[in-house]
Design a protein around this ligand. Structure first.
Ligand SMILES: Cc1cc2nc3c(=O)[nH]c(=O)nc-3n(C[C@H](O)[C@H](O)[C@H](O)COP(=O)(O)OP(=O)(O)OC[C@H]3O[C@@H](n4cnc5c(N)ncnc54)[C@H](O)[C@@H]3O)c2cc1C
Length: 348
């Protein structure tokens, strides 16, 4: 696998040459020293490859953020673009399994930071098949990500996909973040950009998602304080910005009395449509009406019991939705699993 790195955004012809000259899969790692939206300067007479790159990158830049790595997968087939803000650019070893090949002077690298024990991945164990329990948004997204990495996945769903908390006809996609750069903020911003780009790729018709932004209203003192602190982060002005009540009213098309934080790339979406698209992958085997009744790890293999069959896998992922009535019906106490402050339930 090739990891080519630049200490700042290269010109488009330089990127296009790298794409043409190296085998795929190819990872292009571009550091962003100024934590500003990158500009890839085109040539005066762009080649078809350069034009394709320009179009692919341009359409994916809207949701990049400067708290953590931005992974823009498949900007062209087999070509992945990593945009690394300065804090991440000096710790590339935490992101890639092998050293990058610098195409410019290297960015000095720091030793890896101390990883808290709960962020450490488990010890290496060969993955042959994952069993994902639950086909809500969490299960479908997990199954898809594993399948895209080449791992066969069995999804066991007690009823039908998207029947519980993820079964609402409409949900909002934006990021409800704190103004502090915590791991949770990084995760939420990365997830926001990733999901927004995924919608373009998975649901191109836009029948099941769309809109022109999300307004997070300052509806109480706490929200107002948080949104004001976020508004001060001007390097993210392309992601979210403050608007007064008058502008909010114009954007929403209805009278509003509150000011807001505006997320211009935020959208509404139909979660069941996204879930069905996520599950539609040749490496995903979906079993509906198949509640998991018990699970046990024996001789290095997970064995999951259902009424009719036992399923086997090297790894198991619980995505059953805390407090799900179906989880209760399936007697989760029989599973090595515990609900922790869950917030999901079946909407009336
Ligand atoms: C009214 C409401 C509005 C919301 N609005 C938004 C929003 O606008 N934006 C947003 O981001 N989030 C929103 N959320 C939150 C979001 O919907 C949930 O966080 C998300 O759907 C949870 O997904 P999940 O996959 O974890 O759980 P679920 O969607 O509940 O899926 C769990 C699945 O596990 C299955 N299952 C349970 N037990 C078993 C078993 N033993 N064997 C096999 N399968 C099993 C269930 O049948 C179910 O399909 C909202 C939630 C609600 C309730």
């Amino acid at each position: 696998m090739n990891y080519l790195a630049w200490n700042r955004p290269p010109s488009l012809p330089a990127l296009a040459r790298a794409v043409a000259q190296h085998p795929k899969p190819l990872h292009l790692v571009v550091c962003l020293p100024d934590n500003a939206l990158p500009v890839f300067v085109p040539s005066e007479t762009p080649s078809p490859q350069e034009s394709a790159l320009s179009q692919a990158i341009g359409s994916k830049l809207g949701c990049i953020q400067f708290n953590a790595a931005n992974a823009l997968y498949d900007i062209l087939p087999g070509v992945h673009l990593w945009l690394m803000p300065s804090e991440t650019a000096c710790r590339l070893g935490e992101h890639f399994p092998q050293p990058v090949q610098w195409q410019t002077e290297a960015v000095p690298q720091l030793p890896p930071s101390d990883v808290k024990p709960w962020f450490k991945p488990p010890e290496h164990r060969t993955a042959t098949r994952a069993i994902v329990i639950g086909a809500g948004i969490a299960g479908a997204a997990t199954a898809r990500a594993l399948a895209q990495h080449g791992l066969p996945v069995t999804v066991l769903e007690a009823a039908e996909p998207a029947n519980a908390a993820s079964g609402n006809r409409q949900g909002l996609l934006y990021a409800k973040i704190s103004p502090h750069n915590t791991e949770q903020t990084e995760l939420l911003l990365c997830g926001y950009g990733h999901t927004r780009r995924l919608l373009d790729a998975l649901l191109p018709a836009q029948e099941n998602w769309g809109g022109s932004g999300v307004l997070h209203l300052n509806h109480n003192d706490e929200e107002t304080r948080r949104n004001l602190a976020l508004s001060a982060q001007t390097h993210h002005a392309h992601l979210y910005r403050p608007v007064c009540a008058e502008t909010a009213s114009q954007l929403a098309g209805i009278p509003l009395t509150q000011s807001a934080l505006y997320w211009p790339q935020g959208v509404w979406l139909n979660p069941p449509a996204l879930i069905n698209a996520l599950l539609d992958h040749p490496l995903i085997e979906l079993h509906t009406r198949t509640p998991a009744l018990a699970a046990e790890y024996r001789n290095g293999v997970w064995q999951v019991e259902t009424a009719a069959q036992t399923f086997y896998g090297s790894h198991i992922v619980y995505c059953m939705g805390a407090h799900s009535p179906l989880a209760a019906a399936a007697d989760v106490s029989a599973l090595p699993y515990r609900l922790i402050r869950g917030q999901t339930d079946l909407a009336a």
